[in-house]
Design a protein around this ligand. Structure first.
Ligand SMILES: CC(C)(COP(=O)(O)OP(=O)(O)OC[C@H]1O[C@@H](n2cnc3c(N)ncnc32)[C@H](O)[C@@H]1OP(=O)(O)O)[C@@H](O)C(=O)NCCC(=O)NCCS
Length: 149
């Protein structure tokens, strides 16, 4: 399957590859109210567009990590959270990429942990034992891996 675009149900997941994509991401960044680390060229970024809401509602990003793994990050705009969107999108996204993934979040981020586990990731030892939340609070890290089948 093409890595450029994935469409299913109400979602269109598009790889940002040009200036237009960068503009879309920058518009989304303002709405996210969640730290987005790193500059776009450091990783591969996809925007999640919701046809139901006719808007960009989140992003997925993978950045080369270590030992051939890709570090996964993702977030939705606040209005899009808690509606099952990432539960639907993440399993399709990781199977589209078919790579080895590592991801970290706060051990208190129940929604993130649920979507990560439902996408098939397994709990592992964190590379960074402490996690700083978008609010600047230092908490314990929950870490997960998914190996390509
Ligand atoms: C984390 C995030 C991507 C989850 O996506 P989502 O679409 O909101 O999650 P879903 O609606 O699919 O819910 C997933 C599960 O978490 C539960 N959940 C959702 N919001 C929750 C909350 N605030 N508190 C507790 N549980 C919650 C849901 O009930 C669901 O449980 P289930 O699997 O037992 O049915 C989204 O909330 C978000 O963008 N948060 C801010 C950014 C972030 O934390 N990114 C994580 C990487 S560090």
């Amino acid at each position: 399957m093409s890595l450029a675009k994935l469409e299913f149900d109400e979602y269109v997941i598009e790889h940002l590859v040009d200036e237009h994509g960068l503009e879309r991401f920058n518009a989304l960044r303002g709405a996210l109210k969640f730290g987005v680390e790193g500059a776009i060229p450091e990783g591969r970024t996809w925007i999640i567009y919701s046809r139901r809401d006719s808007r960009d509602c989140g992003y997925l990003r993978v950045v080369p990590f270590r030992d051939g793994e890709q570090e996964l990050g993702f977030a939705l705009i606040p209005e899009a959270r808690g509606k099952g969107i990432m539960s639907a999108v993440l399993p399709r996204f990781v199977s589209m990429l078919n790579e080895n993934f590592y991801t970290e979040t706060s051990d208190q981020n129940i929604a993130a942990i649920r979507v990560i586990e439902k996408a098939g990731f397994k709990s592992c030892m964190p590379v960074h034992p402490e996690h700083v939340t978008p609010h600047g609070e230092t908490v314990r890290t929950a870490a997960f891996r998914l190996a390509a089948p």
